[in-house]
Design a protein around this ligand. Structure first.
Ligand SMILES: C[S@@+](CC[C@H](N)C(=O)[O-])C[C@H]1O[C@@H](n2cnc3c(N)ncnc32)[C@H](O)[C@@H]1O
Length: 201
């Protein structure tokens, strides 16, 4: 099998797992009883390949370290918007991707993720990181995808982005994700998804 084939199959596996996992979404907890999804015969779903006849470069690294190395027309940021760390909530997918047999802890088999904690999951460090990126990155346009439930407020985001370019905010309603309901689902089913579009000065 070639390296390309290996990674295509690995992507298919990672994309398929969530349709068969015994969880209610993320991997920080598992259902105590088998969910019907988890006992179905496993089916590998093919991923959609986007063939654009270009040589594309993909990086797998912390954006804070990557920013000084890239020069982009459009810089699209889609950071976490709450305190929940992706590395702990999706640790099973990380282990499948790496296939590295890590030391694991606890009932969920958590791998060590201390080096993968995101600064976007804390209000103060998120604002600092956003400022660092908007200030130091090389781009013509910066697009930030966020929403009104995020830990960075609209006011604070706008204050930062306005320093570096002309900011346009596009908003649209989006069905609130179930686990974010916190009992409010009867009164508030929709949140505002937001796209900040910054044209650099
Ligand atoms: C809202 S999700 C983005 C989902 C993605 N747009 C997609 O469609 O699959 C946020 C992602 O940012 C990653 N992340 C968080 N902080 C990061 C950082 N400093 N550098 C790079 N990625 C980061 C998380 O691990 C997570 O995968």
């Amino acid at each position: 099998m070639s390296e390309e084939e290996y990674f295509i199959l690995l992507s298919c596996l990672i994309e398929s797992i969530s349709f068969f996992s015994n969880t209610s979404g993320v991997y920080s907890a598992f259902q105590k009883k088998w969910d019907p999804r988890a006992v179905k015969p496993f089916l590998l779903k093919p991923i959609e390949l986007v063939l654009n006849s270009k040589e594309n470069e993909i990086f797998n690294s912390n954006s804070m370290e990557l920013i000084p190395k890239i020069d982009a027309d459009i810089l699209y940021l889609d950071p976490p918007y709450n305190e929940r760390q992706y590395a702990s909530n999706y640790h099973i997918l990380e282990t499948i991707a790496r296939y590295d047999n890590p030391v694991i802890k606890g009932v969920t088999g958590m791998r060590d993720y201390s080096s993968q904690k995101s600064s976007f999951c804390n209000k103060n460090t998120a604002l600092k990181s956003l400022n660092d990126i908007a200030k130091n990155a090389k781009y013509k346009y910066l697009l930030l995808s966020y929403n009104t439930e995020g830990i960075m407020s609209q006011k604070n985001i706008a204050e930062i982005l306005n320093n570096y370019g002309a900011v346009e905010l596009v908003e649209f309603e989006y069905l609130r994700f179930k686990s974010n309901n916190k009992g409010k689902s009867k009164t508030k089913k929709y949140i505002q998804e937001q796209l900040y579009i910054v044209k650099k000065y």
